[in-house]
Design a protein around this ligand. Structure first.
Ligand SMILES: [Fe+2]
Length: 302
């Protein structure tokens, strides 16, 4: 199945003219990313050859006036939260918890990694990321969970996804869908894109602010993208050589019922919380801050 998402739901794409600055917050980011991030490319000369002949060559793309476009949007002073985009017609709740998306059809290996930040550029631990994408032929699995999966950021806000480069389908450039949610916060639904794909210029949903930084990685490619969620944070003390601390735990809302933290729930489980009944959409281990009213990606109210 391969049909369009609704381009009319989106605002026109716009470039991100803001170069990453070296600030206290970007220093925080650098400290967090040490030892985790994939190699990045920052110039148009660093073109990446693709093994898949269906795919475009991935390159960094020129910005206005031929200047290199800023690489992966970095979390720095004055940076805006990651923009949202349409969910499209192919989201399915209940994806497995995994960092590896698989399915038939082959494809160019791809890893996507990055950090989930809040507005003060502090990493967010235990943020939920739910990815879904087309296979190498541009088709979504609507009867199972091929190329679908969710995961949580680690204590330093990091995530890592192993998958393939998605195929093209009519009306769309290459993209990966994702929902990102910090504990007890609203869901950000958005999409990630690849630089240098010719269809970027004809896809009305595409937005360069959502471009990953892409580099060759063995026989495949590696994408990097950091999310900035619209979540207020205490900016904390000035930077030191030590990594920043995790955000403070959230206080659970008034509850009561059969739901419990630190319990393994499976899709279809039914609990009560705060006088309401909820059905589990995705298998997970519960925790304080992930009470059913706070995580609609995990619990559906009856
Ligand atoms: Fe899509």
């Amino acid at each position: 199945m391969s049909t369009h998402e609704d381009p009319a739901a989106q605002s026109p794409p716009s470039a991100d003219p803001t170069p990453p600055g070296i600030t206290r917050k970007s220093l925080l980011r650098a400290a967090v990313a040490t030892g985790f991030a994939v190699p990045l490319i920052g110039t148009a000369a660093a073109a990446v050859a693709m093994a898949d002949d269906r795919s475009a060559k991935f390159t960094t793309v020129p910005g206005p006036a031929g200047a290199p476009l800023a690489v992966t949007p970095a979390c720095h002073d004055g940076d805006a939260p990651t923009i949202d985009q349409t969910e499209g017609p192919y989201f399915e709740p209940g994806s497995p918890q995994t960092t590896v998306l698989t399915g038939p059809g082959g494809g160019t290996p791809l890893t996507v990694s990055g950090v989930v930040y809040g507005l003060a550029c502090q990493p967010i631990a235990n943020a939920l990321l739910d990815f879904w994408q087309a296979d190498n032929g541009g088709n979504y699995d609507m009867s199972g969970y091929n190329f679908r999966g969710h995961q949580y950021t680690d204590s330093q806000g990091r995530f890592s996804l192993t998958t393939i480069v998605p195929g093209l389908y009519p009306g769309r450039t290459k993209h990966i869908h994702v929902k990102v949610q910090a504990p007890n916060q609203p869901i950000l639904t958005t999409q990630l894109y690849f630089p240098g794909v010719p269809q970027n210029s004809t896809d009305t949903i595409y937005d360069p602010r959502l471009l990953m930084t892409v580099t060759q990685h063995g026989s495949g490619v590696a994408g990097a993208f950091d999310f900035v969620l619209n979540v207020q944070q205490d900016p904390g003390p000035p930077p030191t050589s030590s990594p920043p601390s995790s955000p403070p735990p959230t206080s659970p809302p008034p509850g009561g019922g059969t739901w419990q933290p630190d319990h393994t729930y499976a899709a279809g489980d039914v609990v009560t919380y705060g006088g309401a009944t909820y059905t589990c959409l995705q298998g997970h281990t519960s925790m304080v801050g992930w009470e059913p009213p706070n995580v609609p990606a995990l619990w559906q109210r009856q």
